[in-house]
Write a protein that binds this ligand. Structure first.
Ligand code: SF4
Length: 77
């Protein structure tokens, strides 16, 4: 599971923005200006037709816990 969803920086993180693009989701980040340190992404190959890739960020030195932060995109803090 991607740890970014509970990270303080999820709203403006460039790495999370990249992951969202890989998931082909609507890009919710208007200003992905934060560049994290030493983030590690796992990419799983899903045996589907067509084959899909599932990206999960699993480690990041910049991570600061903020439970449920991704649920509050419209908040200013
Ligand atoms: S865990 Fe790292 S990559 Fe993910 S949102 Fe936070 S700072 Fe960005």
């Amino acid at each position: 599971m991607c740890i970014c969803i509970n990270c303080k920086y999820v709203k403006n993180c460039s790495m999370y923005n990249l992951i969202e693009k890989q998931h082909q989701k609507i890009i919710l980040l208007s200003q992905p200006i934060f560049i994290p340190y030493s983030s590690i992404i796992n990419i799983n190959i899903l045996n589907t037709n067509p084959t899909r890739l599932d990206w999960d960020l699993v480690e990041c030195i910049s991570f600061i816990e903020s439970p449920g932060k991704w649920l509050h995109y419209n908040d200013n803090n």
